[in-house]
Every structure is written in C-alpha cells, then in structure tokens.
Design a protein around this ligand. Structure first.
Ligand code: GLN
Length: 254
C-alpha cells in the first residue's frame, strides 16, 4: 500500500511538472517593450485618434516609433505627456525615447542625446488672411502667441518681442481665430495643418529670421545602444522613401 502511494505521488508530481513545463513553452514569448514619450498635440507628427498606429496615437512620428520597435522585435508603447516633461522623463527613465517633432538644440543636447535628423522644418507665422504682417519684424507691435517650450517660443524670445504662451497649439490658434492675438509662431508642417483646418488663416514665411530646424529622436545621455538601433531604422526609412511617404500621407489626412 505504501508503495502504491509513493508511485501515485510520483506520477502526480511528474504530471504537475509536465503541466508547468508545457504551460511555459506554449505561452507566447514576452517581448520587451520600447516606451516612447510624445506630446500628441502636434499634427501631422502626433495626434490622438480613435484608432491609431499605436493605440489611440497616430502620425508620422508614431509610425516611425512603431517601425523602430518592430525592427527590434519589441512592443511599442506611447506615453502621452506635456512637451516640457519629455526630457525629464527621459532622464529619470520613465520613457526610453522621446519622439515629438523635437528640434535638436544646443540646450537640449546638454541633457539628452539625439538620433540622426529625420525631418527639416522651420518656424512660420500664422496670421489672419487680411493681416499686414509680411515679415518677422512686423510682429514688433503685434500680439504674439507661441506654445510653451517649443522652439517658436525660443525664437520669439530671442527676437526680444513680448508674447503669450499656451500649452497647446490648438489653444494658440483659437486665440488667433477669435481675434485675441495677431500672430502664432509655430513649426511649418503643423502650421499648415492648422491653416487648412481653420477658415481665414494664412502662413507668412521669413527664412531670414527663422533658421531651419532638424527633428530627431531623443534618448537618455549615453544610451548609445538604443541610439544605434534608432539610427539604423531611421536610415532605412529615409533611404527607401518611407519617411517622405509618411509625410505626404499624414499631411493630407484631414
Ligand atoms: N519643433 C518644436 C520643438 O522642438 C516643436 C515640437 C513639438 O511641439 N512637438 O520645440
């Protein structure tokens, strides 16, 4: 009898072990996640939608993020936060990379590393159709709106003009539409998007006042392993025309 109990318990143990092992091997291998921080208020680069490329987020940057993760067998995750918080989130490890139409600037380079650039932009002025602003100097006696922490704010600040800053591009543009300000200084592709979406607005360019800017993906200082992975995917996407195609696709999207 004792022997029977022993044999039975051994069989049970083996059965249990088998279950455990088979459960392990049949479960899908957990893929590592790659967390991107963005500020989904910057169409066509990132915006919130009902059904996006990653979760509820879509745009040129979101498609790039997805590709970077996929090519490295990782699962992309998007953390939507204020633009101003992105660099801190990188530094404290809350996100792995920041992709947010972010311009490479000397000041930002002090706290993070940037990938190779993937897009060239410039600041432009959004004004009402009947505005008499034709160049940056015409803003001198006008009411100027910018978005907090964007390079547009830095430019206007450097020009020495007073301005009001808003947390979101849409808020600044509404201020202009409602006649509460005369001009919004903003990145070109996003400005075009707002002008197309709102009646009675136009773009004024002044290349002599606004230098060209380059967008890149930021990672924590010294994270060369991730930076190399990102650069490899970016190079491929630039060379095979994917980035230009994404630019055209998302700029046309209503
Ligand atoms: N290119 C601008 C900057 O880097 C704006 C970016 C953004 O709003 N997402 O400040």
């Amino acid at each position: 009898m004792k022997k029977l109990v022993k044999v039975l318990s051994l069989a049970m143990s083996l059965l249990l072990l088998g279950c455990v092992l088979s459960a392990c091997s049949s479960a899908p291998a957990a893929t590592a996640t790659l967390t991107f921080g963005t500020n989904a208020e910057f169409p066509p680069f990132e915006f919130v939608t009902a059904n996006g490329t990653i979760g509820e987020f879509d745009g040129i940057d979101i498609a790039i993020a997805k590709q970077v993760a996929e090519d490295n067998n990782m699962t992309p995750v998007i953390e939507n936060m204020e633009f101003d918080s992105l660099l801190v989130a990188l530094q404290n490890g809350q996100i792995d990379a920041a992709i947010a139409g972010m311009t490479i600037t000397d000041e930002r380079l002090e706290s993070v590393d940037f990938s190779n650039p993937y897009y060239t932009a410039t600041q432009v002025m959004i004004v009402k159709d009947d505005s008499d602003i034709t160049c940056a100097a015409d803003m001198a006696d006008k009411k100027i709106c910018v978005i907090q922490g964007y390079t547009g704010e830095i430019c206007v600040n450097d020009m020495g003009y007073p301005y009001e800053s808003f947390k979101k591009g849409t808020e600044a543009v509404m201020e202009l539409v409602n006649g509460k300000c005369d001009v919004v200084v903003l990145d070109s592709a996003t400005a075009i998007k707002y002008v197309n979406d709102n009646e009675g607005l136009k773009i004024v360019e002044d290349p002599s006042a606004f230098e060209s800017e380059e967008y890149a993906i930021a990672v924590a200082k010294g994270n060369t392993e991730l930076l190399n992975k990102i650069n490899t995917v970016l190079e491929k996407m630039i060379n095979d025309g994917t980035i230009s195609e994404l630019g055209a696709k998302y700029s046309e999207m209503g």
